[in-house]
Write a protein that binds this ligand. Structure first.
Ligand code: MRU
Length: 377
């Protein structure tokens, strides 16, 4: 462990750097991001002075994860408005930066409609910019609140489903404070279990090919003092077979109206494994990730990423530039299949935990019920 820390430069000091923040220096407002492509080796900030820089940061995964993409999108609209750019144009570019996480367009549209309404009401671009920023800040705050509520509901569910004693939880990709205004989604539940003294182990899938698990979840788990172990994605099967997994906890990028869940590629095989081994497969996501406009899993657009992420071992900060240039691990010219997400059908999902409570069994009706509850709240 000490060895590993020496190599990566990881230590256990809290970073004190939030994943995203709005600042207003004398030169004009900016959006400051913790550049996630550089973690865990260095904590470097990325300063966006306009929406197109933010679009680039989203495409390169410097800022990523469904809830944070929503928050970033809303701030991006506020930034365009505050800097006097064409807000509608910026909003369309932000929305189109990545296709799968529905939160991105939810956040963009929320800030854009606050901007439009204030413009109609006051005729004042400055007032409209202030309204867009207020909408972004509200979304940021609400996400933090939702995160805390999901953690509480998720821990209650774990305690109901699992026998007393420490929970051994397997997670995939990265779902902690790096993707949220609060402590995240699935990771926040594991953290709540840890704080309650009920987390025996967090199994962290490395998450090929961009290693969000190894680089980001392990970073967050180390900083939180959680007992965690990193494994290659392929090792999960043997871990289930050995009876070492009590529950799987993952986040979601989009949940269709029928309860199909799009999340980081590799989630669906975990759901299949979990069903075979009679282990609960739990999805933790805010209601904003449920998309009533997407009827089923087949209708979810899955982002396809460049093949070099698979055919080469590339440092994420290099991959972020969109250029190849890593160490080849396949013959030159090899074609690669590299979807960023996969879709798990609702019948394999034990429960979806939202800030409004847990939905189980997962059906179109039960999901619609939780969405309606959220609209009333
Ligand atoms: O490609 P990424 O890193 O943006 O993918 C992120 C994930 O798949 C997360 O699991 C998902 O956004 C849920 S985050 C709470």
């Amino acid at each position: 462990m000490a060895d590993q820390q020496a190599r990566t430069g990881v230590d256990k000091r809290p970073t004190g750097i939030p994943a995203i923040r709005w600042e207003e220096p004398p030169e004009g407002p900016v959006l400051v991001l913790l550049d996630q492509t550089r973690l865990p080796v260095e904590e470097v900030e990325l300063v966006c002075t306009d929406a197109s820089a933010l679009v680039e940061a989203i495409r390169s995964l410097a800022v990523r994860g469904a809830p944070l993409l929503g928050i970033a999108g809303a701030y991006g609209v506020a930034l365009a408005a505050a800097r006097g750019f064409d807000v509608a144009e910026a909003a369309r570019a932000l929305e189109g930066a990545r296709p799968t996480a529905v939160n991105l367009s939810v956040g963009v549209r929320r800030a854009e409609s606050a901007h439009r309404a204030a413009l109609v009401r006051t005729g004042e671009p400055t007032a409209a910019a202030v309204a867009a920023l207020a909408a972004a800040r509200a979304l940021h705050r609400e996400d933090a609140e939702a995160s805390a509520r999901m953690a509480a509901h998720g821990l209650t569910l774990l305690d109901e489903l699992l026998p007393a004693g420490g929970h051994r939880i397997l997670t995939h990709c990265n779902t902690g404070s790096l993707v949220s205004g609060g402590e995240g989604t699935a990771f926040a539940v594991a953290l709540a279990a840890h704080r309650a003294g009920r987390l025996r182990r967090l199994w962290v899938d490395e998450t090929r090919p961009l290693l969000q698990g190894a680089r980001l979840t392990a970073y967050e788990a180390a900083r939180s003092g959680m007992p965690y172990t990193l494994l290659t994605d392929n090792a999960a099967g043997s871990l289930f077979a050995a009876g070492e997994v009590d529950a799987v906890l993952i986040g979601a990028d989009r949940i269709a109206a029928d309860g199909s869940v799009a999340n980081k590629v590799g989630s669906y095989p975990l759901a299949v494994l979990a069903r075979y081994h009679h282990v609960p497969f739990i999805v933790v996501a805010p209601v904003t990730t449920v998309d009533p406009g997407t009827p089923d899993g087949a209708s979810i657009e899955v982002e396809q990423r460049p093949g070099f992420e698979v055919t080469e071992v590339v440092a994420p900060q290099v991959a972020a530039t969109g250029a190849a240039g890593g160490i080849p691990v396949a013959p030159l010219g090899t074609q690669a299949y590299n979807p960023a997400f996969d879709v798990t059908p609702p019948e394999l999902v034990t429960a979806i935990v939202t800030e409004e409570g847990a939905v189980s069994p997962v059906t179109a009706e039960s999901l619609a019920g939780v969405c309606a509850r959220s609209r009333r709240a």
